[in-house]
Design a protein around this ligand. Structure first.
Ligand SMILES: CC(C)(COP(=O)(O)OP(=O)(O)OC[C@H]1O[C@@H](n2cnc3c(N)ncnc32)[C@H](O)[C@@H]1OP(=O)(O)O)[C@@H](O)C(=O)NCCC(=O)NCCS
Length: 182
Protein backbone atom coordinates (compact mmCIF):
# COMPACT_ATOMS: atom_id res chain seq x y z
CA UNK A 1 0.00 0.00 0.00
CA UNK A 2 1.63 3.23 -1.14
CA UNK A 3 2.05 5.84 1.60
CA UNK A 4 2.80 9.33 0.33
CA UNK A 5 3.18 11.21 3.59
CA UNK A 6 3.13 10.54 7.33
CA UNK A 7 2.59 13.30 9.85
CA UNK A 8 2.47 13.01 13.64
CA UNK A 9 -1.17 11.95 13.60
CA UNK A 10 -2.02 11.13 9.97
CA UNK A 11 -1.17 8.79 7.14
CA UNK A 12 -1.86 10.07 3.62
CA UNK A 13 -1.94 7.07 1.34
CA UNK A 14 -3.30 5.79 -1.93
CA UNK A 15 -7.05 5.14 -1.92
CA UNK A 16 -7.72 1.39 -1.90
CA UNK A 17 -10.74 -0.75 -2.78
CA UNK A 18 -10.85 -1.69 0.92
CA UNK A 19 -11.80 1.93 1.75
CA UNK A 20 -15.35 1.16 0.60
CA UNK A 21 -17.02 1.43 4.02
CA UNK A 22 -15.06 4.57 4.86
CA UNK A 23 -16.09 6.30 1.64
CA UNK A 24 -19.67 5.18 2.17
CA UNK A 25 -19.75 6.67 5.68
CA UNK A 26 -18.18 9.89 4.40
CA UNK A 27 -20.30 10.41 1.31
CA UNK A 28 -23.65 9.27 2.70
CA UNK A 29 -23.60 11.99 5.38
CA UNK A 30 -25.81 14.98 4.41
CA UNK A 31 -23.73 17.27 6.66
CA UNK A 32 -20.61 16.46 4.61
CA UNK A 33 -22.51 17.23 1.39
CA UNK A 34 -24.09 20.45 2.61
CA UNK A 35 -21.91 22.60 0.33
CA UNK A 36 -21.23 19.90 -2.27
CA UNK A 37 -24.51 19.91 -4.12
CA UNK A 38 -26.55 18.24 -1.36
CA UNK A 39 -26.49 14.83 -3.06
CA UNK A 40 -25.13 12.33 -0.50
CA UNK A 41 -24.77 8.78 -1.79
CA UNK A 42 -27.09 5.99 -0.73
CA UNK A 43 -25.35 2.78 -1.82
CA UNK A 44 -22.05 0.92 -1.56
CA UNK A 45 -22.00 0.77 -5.38
CA UNK A 46 -21.72 4.55 -5.50
CA UNK A 47 -18.89 4.40 -2.94
CA UNK A 48 -17.12 1.81 -5.12
CA UNK A 49 -17.38 4.04 -8.20
CA UNK A 50 -15.87 6.96 -6.25
CA UNK A 51 -12.90 4.76 -5.37
CA UNK A 52 -12.54 3.60 -9.00
CA UNK A 53 -12.79 7.20 -10.21
CA UNK A 54 -9.97 8.30 -7.88
CA UNK A 55 -7.77 5.28 -8.68
CA UNK A 56 -8.19 5.93 -12.40
CA UNK A 57 -6.87 9.47 -11.86
CA UNK A 58 -3.66 8.08 -10.29
CA UNK A 59 -3.03 6.26 -13.57
CA UNK A 60 -4.26 8.86 -16.04
CA UNK A 61 -3.16 12.10 -14.34
CA UNK A 62 -0.33 10.92 -12.07
CA UNK A 63 -2.20 12.35 -9.09
CA UNK A 64 -5.55 12.03 -7.32
CA UNK A 65 -6.97 12.51 -3.82
CA UNK A 66 -5.36 10.50 -1.02
CA UNK A 67 -7.04 8.56 1.77
CA UNK A 68 -6.50 10.24 5.16
CA UNK A 69 -5.99 7.71 7.94
CA UNK A 70 -5.82 8.18 11.72
CA UNK A 71 -2.40 6.87 12.62
CA UNK A 72 -3.40 5.85 16.16
CA UNK A 73 -6.55 3.89 15.30
CA UNK A 74 -6.12 3.20 11.58
CA UNK A 75 -9.59 4.69 11.04
CA UNK A 76 -10.49 6.16 7.65
CA UNK A 77 -10.94 9.91 8.25
CA UNK A 78 -11.71 10.99 4.69
CA UNK A 79 -9.75 12.13 1.67
CA UNK A 80 -7.51 15.07 0.86
CA UNK A 81 -4.96 16.18 -1.68
CA UNK A 82 -4.63 17.24 -5.28
CA UNK A 83 -6.67 16.42 -8.34
CA UNK A 84 -6.16 17.35 -11.97
CA UNK A 85 -9.53 19.05 -12.34
CA UNK A 86 -11.19 19.13 -15.75
CA UNK A 87 -14.80 19.81 -14.91
CA UNK A 88 -15.14 22.79 -12.58
CA UNK A 89 -13.88 25.76 -14.61
CA UNK A 90 -14.97 25.84 -18.23
CA UNK A 91 -11.98 27.92 -19.26
CA UNK A 92 -9.19 25.74 -17.85
CA UNK A 93 -7.90 22.46 -16.47
CA UNK A 94 -5.93 22.90 -13.25
CA UNK A 95 -4.50 21.23 -10.14
CA UNK A 96 -7.10 21.50 -7.40
CA UNK A 97 -6.53 21.34 -3.65
CA UNK A 98 -9.32 19.62 -1.75
CA UNK A 99 -10.39 17.75 1.41
CA UNK A 100 -13.46 15.93 2.68
CA UNK A 101 -13.53 14.54 6.22
CA UNK A 102 -15.99 12.57 8.31
CA UNK A 103 -17.85 14.98 10.57
CA UNK A 104 -16.51 13.60 13.83
CA UNK A 105 -13.02 14.69 12.76
CA UNK A 106 -13.92 18.31 11.97
CA UNK A 107 -12.51 21.14 14.03
CA UNK A 108 -9.08 19.84 14.99
CA UNK A 109 -6.97 21.19 12.18
CA UNK A 110 -6.82 18.02 10.08
CA UNK A 111 -7.87 19.72 6.82
CA UNK A 112 -5.25 22.42 7.34
CA UNK A 113 -2.59 19.79 8.02
CA UNK A 114 -3.47 17.84 4.86
CA UNK A 115 -3.60 21.06 2.82
CA UNK A 116 -0.07 21.95 3.92
CA UNK A 117 1.26 18.51 2.95
CA UNK A 118 -0.65 18.48 -0.36
CA UNK A 119 0.71 21.86 -1.44
CA UNK A 120 4.26 20.89 -0.49
CA UNK A 121 3.90 17.69 -2.50
CA UNK A 122 2.46 19.57 -5.48
CA UNK A 123 5.30 22.07 -5.65
CA UNK A 124 8.22 19.91 -4.46
CA UNK A 125 7.46 16.49 -5.95
CA UNK A 126 5.17 17.24 -8.90
CA UNK A 127 6.90 20.54 -9.63
CA UNK A 128 3.63 22.33 -10.30
CA UNK A 129 3.71 26.08 -10.81
CA UNK A 130 0.24 26.91 -9.50
CA UNK A 131 -2.38 25.20 -7.34
CA UNK A 132 -6.00 26.38 -7.32
CA UNK A 133 -9.04 25.72 -5.13
CA UNK A 134 -12.72 26.55 -5.05
CA UNK A 135 -15.15 26.59 -2.13
CA UNK A 136 -18.84 27.41 -1.80
CA UNK A 137 -19.06 30.98 -0.47
CA UNK A 138 -20.98 29.81 2.61
CA UNK A 139 -18.56 27.00 3.44
CA UNK A 140 -16.77 28.95 6.17
CA UNK A 141 -14.53 26.09 7.32
CA UNK A 142 -13.22 25.40 3.82
CA UNK A 143 -12.69 29.08 2.96
CA UNK A 144 -10.88 29.51 6.25
CA UNK A 145 -8.53 26.58 5.58
CA UNK A 146 -7.62 27.96 2.14
CA UNK A 147 -6.95 31.45 3.49
CA UNK A 148 -5.07 30.15 6.53
CA UNK A 149 -2.76 27.99 4.43
CA UNK A 150 -1.89 30.95 2.20
CA UNK A 151 -4.04 30.82 -0.92
CA UNK A 152 -5.13 34.14 -2.42
CA UNK A 153 -8.77 34.90 -3.17
CA UNK A 154 -9.20 35.78 -6.85
CA UNK A 155 -12.90 35.99 -7.66
CA UNK A 156 -16.35 34.50 -7.25
CA UNK A 157 -17.64 32.06 -9.87
CA UNK A 158 -20.70 29.91 -10.38
CA UNK A 159 -20.40 26.13 -10.25
CA UNK A 160 -23.37 23.77 -10.17
CA UNK A 161 -25.60 26.90 -10.04
CA UNK A 162 -24.02 27.94 -6.71
CA UNK A 163 -21.59 30.80 -5.94
CA UNK A 164 -18.04 29.71 -5.12
CA UNK A 165 -14.86 31.50 -4.12
CA UNK A 166 -11.83 30.87 -6.33
CA UNK A 167 -8.29 30.83 -4.93
CA UNK A 168 -4.74 30.17 -6.07
CA UNK A 169 -1.18 29.94 -4.87
CA UNK A 170 1.99 30.03 -6.99
CA UNK A 171 5.07 27.98 -6.27
CA UNK A 172 7.14 31.15 -5.71
CA UNK A 173 4.68 32.49 -3.12
CA UNK A 174 4.66 29.16 -1.27
CA UNK A 175 8.46 28.98 -1.24
CA UNK A 176 8.64 32.52 0.11
CA UNK A 177 6.12 31.64 2.83
CA UNK A 178 8.18 28.56 3.77
CA UNK A 179 11.39 30.63 3.82
CA UNK A 180 9.84 33.17 6.18
CA UNK A 181 8.70 30.37 8.50
CA UNK A 182 12.22 28.90 8.85
C1 LIG B 1 -14.06 21.74 5.19
C2 LIG B 1 -13.48 20.68 6.14
C3 LIG B 1 -12.59 19.73 5.36
C4 LIG B 1 -12.68 21.39 7.23
O1 LIG B 1 -12.01 20.41 8.00
P1 LIG B 1 -11.39 20.72 9.46
O2 LIG B 1 -10.38 19.67 9.73
O3 LIG B 1 -12.51 20.89 10.42
O4 LIG B 1 -10.69 22.11 9.19
P2 LIG B 1 -9.60 22.81 10.14
O5 LIG B 1 -9.89 22.40 11.55
O6 LIG B 1 -8.25 22.56 9.58
O7 LIG B 1 -9.91 24.36 9.91
C5 LIG B 1 -11.23 24.84 9.91
C6 LIG B 1 -11.21 26.30 10.33
O8 LIG B 1 -12.51 26.86 10.10
C7 LIG B 1 -13.02 27.35 11.33
N1 LIG B 1 -14.48 27.19 11.29
C8 LIG B 1 -15.17 26.06 11.03
N2 LIG B 1 -16.49 26.33 11.04
C9 LIG B 1 -16.61 27.64 11.31
C10 LIG B 1 -17.72 28.51 11.46
N3 LIG B 1 -18.97 28.08 11.31
N4 LIG B 1 -17.48 29.83 11.72
C11 LIG B 1 -16.22 30.30 11.84
N5 LIG B 1 -15.12 29.49 11.72
C12 LIG B 1 -15.33 28.21 11.46
C13 LIG B 1 -12.33 26.53 12.40
O9 LIG B 1 -12.36 27.19 13.66
C14 LIG B 1 -10.92 26.46 11.81
O10 LIG B 1 -10.23 27.68 11.93
P3 LIG B 1 -9.11 27.92 13.08
O11 LIG B 1 -8.08 26.84 12.90
O12 LIG B 1 -8.60 29.28 12.78
O13 LIG B 1 -9.85 27.81 14.36
C15 LIG B 1 -14.63 19.86 6.81
O14 LIG B 1 -15.53 20.74 7.41
C16 LIG B 1 -15.36 18.97 5.83
O15 LIG B 1 -14.93 17.86 5.51
N6 LIG B 1 -16.51 19.46 5.31
C17 LIG B 1 -17.33 18.70 4.38
C18 LIG B 1 -16.69 18.58 3.01
C19 LIG B 1 -16.34 19.94 2.42
O16 LIG B 1 -17.11 20.89 2.52
N7 LIG B 1 -15.15 20.00 1.82
C20 LIG B 1 -14.64 21.23 1.24
C21 LIG B 1 -15.19 21.45 -0.10
S1 LIG B 1 -14.57 22.95 -0.82
Amino acid sequence: MKIYIETKRLILRKMEETDLQGIFELDSDPAVHRYLGKKPITSLEEAASTINYIRKQYEEDGIGRWAVIDKMTNEFIGWAGLKYEKEVREEMYYYDLGYRLKEKFWGSGIATETAYESINYGFDVLNLQTIYAGAHIENIASNKVLQKIGLTFLETFVYDSEPHHWYKIDKSAWEEKMRLQD
